[in-house]
Design a protein. Structure first.
Length: 198
């Protein structure tokens, strides 16, 4: 009669086998995940510039894409700020009042009816847009220094600068509303810099 192996001897070889099987299973699973994983979406490269792009007079106002300085790219809110400003300028260029209301604060929406807004921007085209700086304001707000060029019929230009092409430099306030940044109303003391295009 042969002696049966004791349970402790059987467990000695079972544990290493289980470790090898589990390790192989995990390794194969990780390899399969790498092989079949969908490639990550490549984020769009930001258009980075140190100064506004020079545009020939007949090509004014220039590109409608919002460009940023290297300092702005380093800001933690860069993507959100760029996105809301792109929507803001696109709404003006496309004469899209509903889109404009989706990127401005509730307070700013109250400043213009659809009819007033469309009349104010009926011939406006904005381009050569460059965000220079993003700074914190009061809690839940940001201040964005932006320069851009606008073209418009002279009749639609500001009364204090009746020109068909104007270069602007101003601070746009942003407010956090319902989890999104929105272009807010400017305070009465904000005076934008402006000059006739050369």
């Amino acid at each position: 009669m042969t002696a049966q192996p004791r349970p402790s001897v059987r467990q000695r070889w079972l544990i290493p086998v289980l470790v090898v099987v589990i390790s192989l299973t995990v390794g194969i699973g990780l390899l399969a995940r790498e092989l079949y994983r969908r490639p990550d979406a490549v984020p769009a490269e930001p258009v980075v510039s140190d100064s506004p792009t020079s545009v020939a007079p007949e090509e004014q106002p220039g590109s409608p894409a919002v460009e940023v300085t290297p300092d702005v790219v380093a800001h933690p809110q860069y993507q959100s700020v760029r996105q809301v400003l792109q929507g803001y300028f696109d709404s003006i260029n496309d004469r899209d009042y509903p889109k404009w209301t989706s990127v401005v604060s509730r307070e700013r929406q109250k400043t213009k009816t659809a009819t007033e807004w469309k009349k104010d921007y009926q011939s406006t085209r904005d381009g050569s847009i460059l965000v220079y700086r993003v700074e914190p304001g009061a809690p839940g707000t940001l201040r964005v220094l932006v320069a851009f060029t606008s073209t418009q019929d002279v009749d639609d230009a500001p009364v204090y600068l009746p020109e068909s092409c104007i270069r602007w430099r101003l601070v746009l306030p942003l407010r956090l509303e319902s989890g999104s940044w929105r272009v807010d109303t400017t305070d009465g003391g904000t005076n934008p810099e402006h000059e006739r295009c050369s």
